[in-house]
Design a binder for this molecule. Sequence first.
Ligand code: IVH
Length: 744
Amino acid sequence: MSDETVEALPDSRPDLKGPEEEVRRLTTRILELRDEYYGRNTSTVSDAEYDAMVRRLEQLEEEHPELRQQDSPTQTVGGRAETTLFAPVQHAERMLSLDNVFSREELEAWAARVERDAAPRRVRYLTELKIDGLAISLRYERGRLVSAATRGDGVVGEDVTQNVLTMGSIPRQLSGRGHPALVEIRGEIFFPVAAFDELNARQAAAGERVFANPRNAASGSLRQKEEGKSPEKLALVHDRLRRLRMLVHGIGAWPLGEIEATTPITAQSEVYALLAEWGLPTSSHYRVFDSLDGVLDYIRQYGEHRGGVEHQIDGVVVKVDDLDLHVELGATSRAPRWAIAYKYPPEEVRTKLENIVVSIGRTGRATPFAVMTPAQVAGSTVSQATLHNQDVVKAKGVLIGDTVVLRKAGDVIPEVLGPVVELRDGSEREFVMPENCPECGTRLAPAKEGDADLRCPNTRSCPAQLRGRVEHIASRGALDIEALGEVGAVALTQPYTPVPPPLETEAGLFDLTLEELLPIRVTVSDPATGAPRRENGELKLLAPFQKKNGQPSKTATELLANLEKAKTQPLWRILVALSIRHVGPVAARALATHFGSIGAMRAATREELAAVEGVGPIIADALLDWFAVDWHQEILERWAAAGVQLATPGHPGPGSAAGEGGGILAGITVVPTGALEGFTREGAVEAILAAGGKAASSVSKKTDFVAAGPGAGSKLTKAEQLGIPVLDADGFRRLLAEGPDAVR
Ligand code: IVH
């Protein structure tokens, strides 16, 4: 965790006001954590805490099915933040997740259920390591790699084919013969542990970012674009990509019959043997056992030698080997019943608690966090950890200056467990929660009476909250404004400048001009104290947009260009950017698809909002609350006036979007290509889907239209060869608005 804002953990004790209240609180908190994770790719509770909350919610919903809401997080798979950098790829079969167990007893209970359902057949268990990497799906058609995609939300991922090909270790062409027309190979890409320290040394020497752990190195490397990079940077990127490795752990879409015609396949272990024959990288660590005893032994052995494997391990995956049983046992909406992940307990180390500093998050929550002497734990260097709120600090009993026990599991948020009391020497001091917001001085207060968390109520103008919201707008899960990072957000909102900061709220973001950006100066704050840094008694200042050689800085011109482009992002991204509670990408997509415009959402009743698949009463209330605030209206008005697209072009209105009864492009396939003016690549795809059409990435006889902008290449040629109508950006807009007959 960096010095970015952190959010706090709610009181997760069972609520005595009854299950209804507990379901509501858990749902709210889990959705909040998902928003945080999706939006900023960070999390402030440990995986174990998050899992425990989801499991408690599942248990309550099982006991009280009437309390299960449409928008319950138990009904959806959480995905990684997506970016507009890469084109969306629809998986032929959904990429599911795995359910977790944390003890021998829980594993035995899972196996007992499986064996009961399989009886009288005996169950064999394929047991393998859980690789702490990045899930990937390789699509091979007749043995040839056609695409590689990240998981995304499980349905749509990001196209990272080019980078996967650069890795060099993944075959473009499968070896052997008789390959199926289509097969999706699922696996994990990771950065080998042995090469990780050297990688960071190289990165630091080149003045590039260092990675927190091998997992981040893998995801950071794979999700890099080549365009616009200097030859030196490109060499670094390629070098990183070539060091990545992949191990396969399953299959997505798989016309089993087709393969079986040549090779009888009845077990997961036979799948691995076949994949290895095809030249795909399979793990040498998997074993098949006739009973759970062997599995438990495997778990114990690898638990003792976690460091001895080429990749980081975040547990063991136990799978039923027999493929017929996979079909019979089936899957829930998020995970198969025939597999389970056993998570190892987290690792612990000791370090010094140097300070406790309070930060204000995007939602105003005041969160104390621990600043520690950097310590190595579970594969990464940790120097900060959230302490959630003052009650948690008290409950943990830590004093500033204490030696503390720090715990971390794999790629999981670190946690301070408590002090080592024997090591105290009397110099330690107690933490006192400030009464006022450290950023704007407003008196902190709980949102509701009895809440442990304190908030800064100055939502509109508190610089920390505004800065957090601006950073969120720029994040990959929202509008993906690359030139507006942490420093940029400070620059636009921080009150210290010779001239006032250009943004009073995010309403003015799309009205920024070069003249406003050039004079900005920013103080640099010390993460350990939060105070501005000084050098030789002088405030240390940055001038991110200053003129260089008489020219405005590249950052300034890029920022303005990025903002211009962001105006035509798909509606769901605009919605995410508004920082409406609980409206992360999943809910935003559902709302955007159903309503097609922010205006239609605003006009909808609570019941209409809550009735949308994937949305429920909690999100509906959050929307109504958001729309009711006058300065939020100002954001919408000013964004609209600046040209931000608050509606999906071609959307036929509430309730009539794709999958909900046709749409103007029902049955029509469109291939967008080149730079279509007024659309990002993803925006064009979204607009086609929103109008009920199909967006394809290659031109065939089945294509109805090709929408081509400048830069279109082979797809345009092919369309011309096949005599398929080609539309420019205006024609495309007309197609979306008026349907195929208007442009044929
Ligand atoms: S099997 C249907 N096997 O862990 C899902 N997954 O936490 C089948 N993972 O999404 C997944 N190592 O990306 C499987 N040996 C392994 C794995 C593994 C890592 C990842 C995978 C999955 C995630 C769930």
